[in-house]
Design a protein around this ligand. Structure first.
Ligand code: C5P
Length: 414
């Protein structure tokens, strides 16, 4: 299978810092997508990860010493810096960033970075105070001004016990930034000019719960907040899509630029979705109620009038399945969400087949995970070609990465 990275050559410069261990995972992800990865390790990096593990994962020689005569004969540092399509510095320590900003060249990593004629992407990682220090902020501004792209750092608990910005972006986020570079999209890259790969495309997203009336004042509902669906709509707008958000009742602001169509019941949601077809991508993030009350009362059901009310339930239409199985007007990409509390991946695989969609985004919504109503999400992308698991990300990050991925898949299809 061809990927955006097939045949691309990445020179990975591993700086010193505890986050260096994550660069091993980054190498694995890059190799999985058929990129060639050559690595340079700084002296400090070698204190955190071994040359042997980097060599094993890249299946290439690892460069460490500026003054190795053999290396210079085989491949000089100038050539090393030019043979790659992209230079990635992960982790980019405060020291490496300072050297880059100053144009210092006193070891192999800094010399290569100075000698290159290729784009550079850095993933900074350092202690919060070091990151927030005016010197680092100055260096960051200089680097951005020089056209260096930046991914992260993220907020979070750090190895040193402090909390705040400074954690290196996760390998999948760095990977997304690398893929976006090669795909010509700049979405995950800070400071880059955004291109809009979904310009001229229509994206439909369902979001929120549905309310199924029992009588004029009561209804059956669920705990869906709509946050993930709304974040997806925001990300789709950012990528240039004409975005239709078919939403059940929620308390989330409508993303500017999205066309919001409010609905209450599953039946209304299906009708509205069908009236908006055709679209290029349809994402079903709504938590649609499985059942409705078969004969909702026209008047408020009175307490005590003839015992307990006997509520008969009827099955709601499955909107995702209906659209995925549509004979005409089936969207090019149909994406479902699978909120599960157990056997998350196995159930998602079963759902992919049952619903006939192209991709299922599976997430664990057990009460202890706090996904429903919360701001974070841990998802697995399940498709016919396999399973890709992402680390815990904010719902915004999940949305941005997912829309970038869908834009890529749509581009590959048409
Ligand atoms: O069957 P389940 O509810 O677990 O499936 C989840 C996926 O199917 C979600 O993408 C959800 O939006 C969609 N769905 C739907 N209509 C239904 C039930 C689920 O579109 N009636």
């Amino acid at each position: 299978m061809m990927t955006t990275l097939s045949g691309r050559s990445v020179l990975l410069i591993i700086g010193g810092g505890i986050a260096a261990y994550k660069s091993l995972e980054l190498i694995r992800l890059l190799k999985q997508r058929q990129a060639k990865v050559t690595a340079i390790m700084t002296k400090a990096a070698a204190e955190f990860v071994t040359q042997l593990s980097v060599a094993s994962l890249t299946a290439e020689k690892v460069y460490t010493d500026l003054f190795s005569l053999t290396d210079e004969v085989e491949m000089g540092h100038i050539e090393l810096s030019r043979a790659a399509d992209l230079l990635v510095v992960a982790p980019a320590s405060a020291d490496l960033m300072a050297k880059m900003a100053q144009g210092l060249a006193n070891d192999l990593a800094s010399t290569t970075l100075l000698a290159t004629d290729k784009k550079i992407l850095i993933a900074p990682a350092m202690n919060v105070r070091m990151w927030q220090h005016p010197a680092t902020m100055r260096n960051l501004a200089t680097l951005k001004g020089d056209g260096v792209r930046v991914v992260g750092p993220n907020d979070g608990e750090m190895a040193c016990g402090e909390y705040g910005p400074g954690r290196m972006a996760e390998p999948v986020e760095i990977l997304a930034a690398i893929e976006a570079h090669f795909a010509g999209s700049a979405v995950p890259l800070a400071g880059a000019t955004a291109t809009r790969p979904l310009t001229g495309r229509r994206v439909l997203i369902t979001a929120g719960p549905t309310h199924e009336p029992i009588d004029p004042v009561r209804y059956i509902a669920n705990r869906s907040s709509g946050k993930q669906g709304y974040a997806l709509a925001e990300a789709a707008v950012a990528l240039g899509a004409e975005t239709i958000l078919v939403s059940g009742p929620v308390h989330v602001p409508i993303p500017p630029g999205a066309q919001m169509m409010p609905v209450e019941t599953a039946a209304e949601m299906l009708k509205t979705v069908e009236s908006e077809l055709p679209v290029d991508i349809a994402i079903f993030a709504a938590a649609v109620a499985d059942w409705r009350v078969a004969d909702a009362a026209d008047q408020k059901i009175k307490k005590g009038s003839g015992g307990l009310p006997d509520l008969k339930l009827a099955e709601n239409p499955d909107i995702l399945k209906t659209v995925a199985g549509a004979k005409t007007k089936r969207p090019k990409l149909v994406v479902g969400f699978a909120a599960e509390t157990e056997n998350v991946i196995a159930n998602a695989k079963a759902k992919l087949a049952k619903k006939g969609c192209d991709l299922i985004i599976a997430n664990d919504v057990s009460a202890d995970k706090g996904v429903m109503g919360g701001d974070k999400n841990t998802v697995h992308l399940v498709s016919a070609s396999g399973v890709e698991s992402w680390p815990e990300l904010s719902k915004q990050e999940v949305a941005q990465r997912l829309m970038a991925e869908l834009a890529r898949r749509l581009g590959a299809k048409s």
